[in-house]
Design a protein around this ligand. Structure first.
Ligand SMILES: *Cc1c(COP(=O)(O)O)cnc(C)c1O
Length: 472
C-alpha cells in the first residue's frame, strides 16, 4: 500500500463512510487534476463524474481560477469580516446580487420578486442554510407573524449536516439517530414522480416516466399543510426547498410548473421562501440559478458548492432589504444578527468565486454547457435498454439513474445489498469516479467535460451495471 494510503487508514475518518469497509482496501489517493480528469498516487487517471461531490464547475486546475487565487495570495489570504471589509468580498457580493436578480437564460421576469439585496457570507452549504433559518426565524418573530416560527420542507430534503440544517432535512437514514438533538419541523410530500402514489400507470420501456396524466396532487398536499397551520393560528414562517431538483434525496426533479405553483401558495399564505441552491446554483440546471427557470425568486438564497468553482470552501446567503431592515436599530436594542464564522468573507474564496462567475457568464462557456447537456441527454438514452435501470432523471447537467430489481414493477433493491456502492466501485475500476445515493447513480460532469468523456462516463456506467447485476 502507498505510504499516503497507509497514513489515511491510520488517521483519517471519512464522511458518510462505513470505515470498516474503507479499511479493507487501499483507497484512491488523489494527487492532481486537470479539467475533468483526476490522477492518483499511482498515476492512474479517472474522470471526475460527480464534479468532486457536486462542487467543481469549470474543471480542475483551471488557469483562470488558479491565477485569480494566486493574484489574491500575493496580497492577502484572509482578514476578518468582523470589523473590516475587503476587496474581493465586496466585489463578489455585488456580483452575486446582480446575477441573482438579473436576467437568466430562460426568464419569466414578471414573478421575479422579491428583490435580493444583501449577502451574508459563510463557509459551506450547511452554514449558509443555518444563516437562512436563523434569519427567517427571527424575522418571523420580529414581524409579528409568529412567536414560535415553524418551517415546512419536503420529504427527502437535504440541507446539510449541522443541527439546524438537519432539522429541516428529512432523510431518515442520515437524520433519525439525531432526532433528539433537532428542532421539530413539518414535512410534506415531494414530487417523486417515479414512485408517485397517485400514478400507478405501468412504466413504458424507453421512457419509464409516465407522469403525463398528473393532477399535481403533491401540490395540493402543500396547500393543505399551509391551510392547517394557519387554522391552528401559527402560520408557517417559511417553506424550504431545493429548486428544480432535490439532490441527496436521489436526484428527484420537480415537474414543470411545480415550483412556480408552490411559490404562489407560499406567497399566498404570507410565508417566506428559502431556496437551497447549494447544488443547483451556478449553471448546474441550465440557468444560473434554478429558480429562474420557474420565475421564482426566494427571500433567502443559499449558495455554496459551486460558488468558488469548487476550489475553496465558501458560501453565501442572499436576502432582501426587508429582512435586513428588521435587524437594524440602536445598538442598545440588541437587534444585531449575532452570528458569524472566523472565515466569513475569506479573500481567497471570494477571488476564486469572482473568477468562476466570470467564466460562467462568458458566451463560449454558456454554449459549452448547452452542448454538454445535450450530449449527456443523448448518451443517457442507451441506459433504458438495461433491465435494472428504472428511471433516468436529468435536469441540466445533473443526472440520477435509479437502479431497480425489476423495471416493470419498480421493485427497489434492499439498501443492504449496496447495489449503488458496488456499481460505483466497478465504475472506479474502469476509470470513472462518482458516488451513489442509495440505489441512484449520479452523473454530474464538470462543465469542461468533452462529448467523448461524457460518452465514456455513460458507457462505463452501463458496463458496471451489467457486471454488477447481470447474474444476480
Ligand atoms: C451539499 C448540500 C448542502 C450542504 O452543503 P455542505 O457544503 O456540504 O455543508 C446543502 N444543501 C444541498 C442542496 C446540498 O446539496
Amino acid at each position: 500500500m502507498h505510504k499516503l494510503a497507509r497514513l489515511d487508514h491510520r488517521y483519517v475518518w471519512h464522511p458518510f463512510t462505513q470505515m470498516r469497509d474503507w479499511l479493507k482496501r487501499e483507497p484512491i489517493v488523489i494527487t492532481s487534476g486537470n479539467g475533468a480528469v483526476l490522477r492518483d498516487v499511482h498515476g492512474k487517471e479517472y474522470l471526475d463524474a460527480n464534479s468532486s461531490i457536486w462542487t467543481n464547475l469549470h474543471g480542475h486546475n483551471h488557469p483562470r481560477v488558479n491565477s485569480a487565487i494566486q493574484k489574491q495570495l500575493g496580497k492577502i489570504s484572509h482578514s476578518s469580516a468582523l470589523g473590516f471589509a475587503n476587496e474581493p468580498a465586496s466585489l463578489l457580493a455585488a456580483k452575486l446580487i446582480k446575477t441573482a436578480n438579473g436576467p437568466s437564460l430562460n426568464p419569466h421576469s414578471a414573478l421575479r420578486t422579491p428583490h435580493l439585496a444583501k449577502v451574508f457570507f459563510s463557509d459551506d452549504g450547511s452554514t449558509a442554510m443555518e444563516v437562512a433559518l436563523k434569519l427567517a426565524y427571527e424575522y418571523a418573530r420580529r414581524s409579528g407573524r409568529s412567536k414560535n416560527p415553524k418551517f415546512l420542507s419536503l420529504e427527502g430534503a437535504y440541507h446539510g449536516d449541522t443541527v439546524g440544517a438537519v432539522s429541516v432535512g428529512h432523510i431518515d437514514l442520515f437524520h433519525k439517530a439525531y432526532s433528539g438533538l433537532l428542532f421539530k419541523t413539518d414535512k410534506v410530500m415531494a414530487p417523486y414522480c417515479y414512485r408517485c402514489p397517485f400514478n400507478r400507470a405501468k412504466p413504458q420501456r424507453a421512457d419509464a416516466r409516465t407522469y403525463a396524466k398528473c393532477n399535481h396532487e403533491c401540490i395540493d398536499k402543500i396547500e393543505q399543510k399551509f391551510a392547517v397551520r394557519r387554522k391552528k393560528g401559527n402560520p408557517y414562517a417559511a417553506f424550504v426547498v431545493e429548486p428544480l431538483m432535490q439532490g441527496a434525496a436521489g436526484m428527484i426533479p420537480q415537474p414543470k410548473g411545480w415550483l412556480r405553483r408552490v411559490n404562489e401558495i407560499v406567497r399566498g399564505y404570507g410565508a417566506q421562501l428559502i431556496a437551497d441552491e447549494v447544488m443547483t446554483g451556478f449553471g448546474r440546471t441550465g440557468t444560473t440559478f434554478a429558480g429562474h427557470q420557474e420565475g421564482v425568486q426566494p427571500d433567502f438564497l443559499a449558495v455554496a458548492k459551486g460558488l468558488t468553482g469548487g476550489y475553496l470552501p465558501m458560501a453565501a446567503t442572499l436576502t432582501t432589504q426587508t429582512v435586513f431592515d428588521a435587524f437594524l436599530g440602536d445598538y442598545s436594542e440588541f437587534k444585531t444578527f449575532f452570528h458569524g464564522h472566523s472565515f466569513t468573507s475569506n479573500q481567497l474564496g471570494a477571488a476564486a468565486a469572482l473568477a468562476s462567475m466570470e467564466l460562467l457568464q462568458n458566451q463560449s462557456s454558456i454554449r459549452a454547457r448547452e452542448e454538454l447537456q445535450q450530449a449527456l441527454n443523448q448518451e443517457l438514452a442507451i441506459l433504458w435498454s438495461l433491465p435494472n435501470v428504472g428511471d433516468i432523471r436529468q435536469v441540466g447537467l445533473i443526472a440520477g439513474i435509479e437502479l431497480v430489481k425489476n423495471w416493470q414493477t419498480r421493485e427497489p433493491f434492499d439498501l443492504r445489498q449496496c447495489v449503488g456502492i458496488r456499481v460505483c466501485d466497478a465504475m472506479a475500476k474502469r476509470g470513472v469516479l462518482t458516488r451513489p445515493i442509495g440505489n441512484v447513480i449520479v452523473l454530474m460532469p464538470p462543465y469542461c467535460t468533452t462529448p467523448k468523456q461524457t460518452r465514456q462516463m455513460v458507457r462505463v456506467l452501463a458496463e458496471a451495471v451489467q457486471e454488477t447485476l447481470a447474474t444476480k
